[in-house]
Design a protein around this ligand. Sequence first.
Ligand code: ZN
Length: 186
Amino acid sequence: MLLPIYLYGTQVWSRPVKKVTKFDDHLVGLIRDMFETMHSADGIGLAATQVGLSMSLAVIDISVMEDYADEKPLVVINPEILETSGEYVMEEGCLSVPGIRDDVTRADAIKVRFTDGNFDRIETELTGMWARVFQHEYDHLQLKFFVNRLSSVKRQLLKPKLSRIKRGEMKIKYTAVSALDEKKLR
Ligand code: ZN
């Protein structure tokens, strides 16, 4: 089942994210729906907050990217970043921030702990694209977007575009919920 994607400025982004504690069929179904939603929207990562749920859960699949075709999809539950090292700049975009892409500085190697799709607790090191996407999704579970990591000057310049996202005026190919949509529903 495809889920609507909650855009920048919607209410889910001001609600605290809770740890996942029930590892049941409902969670398995949600993970399946999140993968389907992400693939359908051509995303490579999707956090639960992006489908309106304040749960510490994300899915990642970078296999659509050139040079990463052999990589397997990853389920990330209750993630922690234990250590970071190095940094590099790469352009990022986000399904919740449509129409905006910008260079973001992030660690290039991270030591992480999370529960995977088999519900096993994993501790591992990630580098390169894996580290990049993991940090982007981890940010979402801290209620942050990549735009929060840009300089204040850049953020100022993006303000008109961010306002348009809040009003749902961006052209989007997937089903999305804007802040204005939420106001109309109230
Ligand atoms: Zn994102």
